[in-house]
Design a protein around this ligand. Structure first.
Ligand SMILES: *Cc1c(COP(=O)(O)O)cnc(C)c1O
Length: 237
């Protein structure tokens, strides 16, 4: 390896270690077991050879936003035992690829998409784990069902024999002060607890929330999956 690569590797390792440390500290502050929080390295726009460096630094779980981009990268990293999550907006016509590529799809936001995923998972004789994306802040520009619609979509997903509902995902509004995102994270946790009781799904546990700007607050409020790109890979182009 040339010295230039080694240097980049070190920087990535340092950033990764810092992120993990901050997750541990946030978990400790809220009396949580740090092992209950999984770090998803968000690798959209990041080339496969950089992902490989992250793998060398110990990352095994990656999040991608675009099916076509992910297909190519997953293919070129076939030799590594990795887990891939889909965190972008999923179109129904991409479901046939998504069910083969991703261990968890975070962004089910309509009955139509749930139906299409179930159909494709059935075709591949598999059960697709999914989260429901909730637009907890009700922003017009954001994907996700409203908190009021979440129960009926959750029921529909839970009724599908080829889908497994694992939890909820959200993106709160962007704030310069992460503390202001706290009520939205707390609201997603409350919604998960209510759905878990109402639907009687014991393992409806996952809360996918928290990005580079706000993940510590998300962990304090119960995040089980944090989706972090910039703090690990640096600014995207
Ligand atoms: C890009 C993206 C992230 C990561 O964002 P950073 O601010 O770079 O950590 C997380 N979640 C989703 C849904 C994204 O699209």
């Amino acid at each position: 390896m040339n010295p230039m690569n080694a240097e980049i590797d070190e920087a990535l390792k340092t950033r990764l270690a810092r992120v993990k440390q901050r997750i541990r500290e946030a978990a400790a502050r809220s009396g949580r077991d740090p092992a209950s929080v999984s770090l998803i390295a968000v690798s959209k726009t990041v080339p496969a050879q950089t992902i490989r460096k992250a793998v060398t630094a110990g990352v095994t779980l990656f999040g991608e936003n675009y099916v076509q981009e992910a297909r190519e990268k997953i293919e070129s990293l076939r030799d590594c035992p990795l887990s891939w999550h889909f965190i972008g907006h999923l179109q129904s016509n991409k479901c046939k690829y998504a069910v083969r590529l991703f261990d968890l799809i975070h962004t089910v936001d309509s009955a139509k998409l749930a139906d299409a995923l179930d159909r494709q998972a059935a075709k591949h004789d598999t059960v697709q784990p999914v989260l429901i994306q909730v637009n907890i802040s009700m922003e017009a520009t954001k994907s996700g069902v409203s908190p009021d619609e979440a129960a009926s979509l959750a029921k529909r997903v839970a009724s599908k024999s080829h889908l497994q509902l694992k939890g909820l995902m959200t993106m709160p509004p962007f704030f310069d002060q992460p503390e202001r995102a706290r009520p939205y994270f707390a609201a997603l946790r409350d919604l998960r607890d209510r759905l878990r009781n109402a639907l009687g799904i014991k393992d409806l546990d996952e809360l996918s929330m928290g990005m580079t700007g706000d993940f510590e607050v998300a962990v304090e409020e119960g995040a089980t999956l944090v989706r972090i790109g910039t703090a690990i890979f640096g600014d995207r182009p």
